[in-house]
Design a protein around this ligand. Sequence first.
Ligand code: BJ8
Length: 425
Amino acid sequence: MEANYEPMWESLGLDLAAHDELLRILGKGYSDVFLSQENRPKGMSYFDFVMSEVHGLRVKELIDGQKEGRKVIGSFCVFVPEEIVRAADATLVGLCTGADFATDEVDELLPRNTCALIKSAFGFKLGKVCPYIETADMLVGENTCDGKKKSYEVLGGLVDNLYVMDLPQTKSPEGRALMRAEYVRFRDAIEELTGITIDAERLRKGIGIANDKRRAIHRLNSFRSADPAPISGLDALLANQVYFYDDPARFSESVNKISDELEQRVQKGEGVFPEGTPRILMSGCPMAVPNWKVPWIVETSGAVIVGEESCVGERGTRNLADDSRNTIDELMESILDRYFQIDCAVFTPNLERQRHIEEMYKRYNADGVIHYGLQFCQPYQFESMNVEANLEKKGIPTLRIDTDYSMEDIGQLKTRIEAFIERIS
Ligand code: BJ8
């Protein structure tokens, strides 16, 4: 018998009618986009289950954990260090930012030229349809792009548990010092919230939990360089999206099971699409659940996505933090070492990102790059110009797309993507 989560959603203050509608659309979209795929690895059934319960069982687990004293921290960005949260036996979850909701109310609060990701975060809050934001004991905003930075000033008026982390804009010694100070301040805030003092042993454990998840994703990605590709880009993206919600140990185990299957597939030369299918590297803005529009168009137009240069992808999971150091200060430095390498476009200059795109293009044996920019996202839209020019100069075919979460441009996108696939075939 299906569990009844209505009392739980009601106690979180969700708008039940609007939330039902959201789940209906989400379920239909998931079925159309994911369940219609052929030759999926059997292990993906785990993610089908997770998605069918994304606002149900997982939220219940978080609330049950809260009853046992485990705090929930909600985040909008991969700069929020999961290791510190886990070290205090708390749980980090990514917040809903992948679909338009309550757009009229959002337009009253935010300028029209705000990116869809930020508008979405507000839409889920204003429309009362995100159980994660309502469950969280602390919401962490971060001063990255101007849009996010200023929108947190607005969000602060809507919630009473917002913590804002300052972040540098340059990879200079001064930038690193700022980030170090902010990570220490964040550790203090987490200690105060949880009542737990984070010592070296706890922090090492937190690093281990986060590293294990990353290792699992690295292993899955390692099989995607094969031709035929053993997993679709949509399914790999889904694993990267669920990374932000799921219980870490269960996630790593499930991803490793899928990887066992992929290993077999690669040995036998089996894939989701035929050998020789044009291979695409996606690069750019993060795609949060349920933002599957462009990957779906790509993979129903005769190509396969073999990698994501994105925060919901390798920019978010690249590099482990070194847990072999001894003292709390040394381990904090390990965390800093790792996060200071994230090549988000809010940094200037940001040349590492260009290098990473080229490196991933080669590693995944891609035939072309699609740069995915959200309209009004200045950092990534600005960078996309140079990215395209530099890649094309090196003979790497590149398509630059600027879009949002609406479905209005699907026809136009499909035409451009099909033409691009023809170019790289
Ligand atoms: S580390 S990419 S998750 S900031 S799309 S809100 S940049 S206007 S999401 Fe990001 Fe952290 Fe960077 Fe990653 Fe602004 Fe652009 Fe909107 Fe964006």
